[in-house]
Design a protein around this ligand. Sequence first.
Ligand code: HEC
Ligand code: HEC
Length: 358
Amino acid sequence: MTFASTCRSVFLGLLCALVLPATGPVARLESGPRRPATAASSQEAEPPGRPVVPPPGLDLYLPAPPDNPVTAPKLALGRRLFFETRLSADGRTSCASCHEPGRAFTDGRRVARGAFGREGRRNVPSILNRAYGTSFFWDGRAATLEEQVRQAISGSRDLGIPVAVAAERLSGDATYAAAFDAAFGARPSADRLAQAIATFVRGTLSGDSAFDRFFAGGAGALSPAARRGLDVFNGRARCGRCHAGPLFTDEELHNTGVGWGRDAGRYEVTRLPEDRGRFKTPSLREVSLTAPYMHDGSIRTLDAVARFYDAGGGANPNLDPAIRPLRLTSGERADLVAFLHALEGEAPSEPVALVLEP
Ligand code: HEC
Ligand code: HEC
């Protein structure tokens, strides 16, 4: 994909959002000064009735299932649940143990560590901007965020308890009873638990990066190195073929040869031979904060990622045809890395850009 076509897809996203009637509580343009809410670190409830407004660079239409619209009481409840250790088998682990807000919702480890210190087998992906996702997990096995949350609670190497048991644990807590009542008009249940946490994930957004400011016409927003890196990214290195659009992912599954022979990836879901070694293209927003990289955490730095692609990925019979030796100069690799740093949102230590209407 060329720079111009990336531009067009970002631009169209914004344009579509602007011309669509802004219905419902979610997709509305803000009418006053914005303030970034510290969605993850603050646990106090936001006043009711304030919709999420995606930051600049993201599509203003924030998708949500018809039976689980984003509302402020649900966001507040979901935020609290995201940090709730009572939802785990050892009573000490929460979503945030693995998805740390200060690391763009990753954990800095090669692979995850769940309740009772159980080691998982894959690297923790960021949850940022997953509202726009169409499939979840490295192998795309969950079709909705609600389903994804259920698996994260019940997975033996994650929180490790049945979702119904998790909901039951909250039922005796009067503050949760009140919060579920405010969000759903009903008491805690497995479905509502998953819906509230999925809503928090939907509201956890990152945009307004140097790239977005450059893209919106701020010619000086990118450093000269990052500007050159953008050309390499969409040009010679063909990164934008897969890391496409405003989120820098096509939401498709590809074989880049990472971990070939150790994790079958999409094949575990479909059992189709051609899916062996395919993994979902991750978003690259905030990627400078999410090391180590890849589904197995096998690459430690962005420079090493650039070298990996430069060398033509990991050789295997299913390698995606877009992955070929690139013969980049060391300067071009450095420029690529500078560009990837330009995908950091406004405040890197607090990447959440959950923006609420005043
Ligand atoms: C033990 C660490 C751990 C815990 C606890 C955990 N996660 Fe995850 N999360 C992961 C890993 C690892 C993956 C990727 C697993 C895979 O693809 O097989 C993941 C994937 C995800 C994804 C999918 C991202 C994508 O791009 O597809 C979301 C969203 C998510 N987790 C949210 C949550 C929520 C919400 C909770 C709490 C209910 C939670 N996680 C608890 C480690 C964890
Ligand atoms: C054929 C599609 C494709 C192309 C082309 C491609 N990528 Fe990727 N990228 C992926 C997939 C798929 C993954 C996940 C691979 C895995 O973990 O098995 C990935 C992972 C990454 C990651 C790790 C992100 C994380 O959170 O772990 C970075 C960084 C990255 N790519 C940057 C680039 C750059 C820079 C280029 C161009 C030099 C590029 N990609 C070209 C599909 C692609």
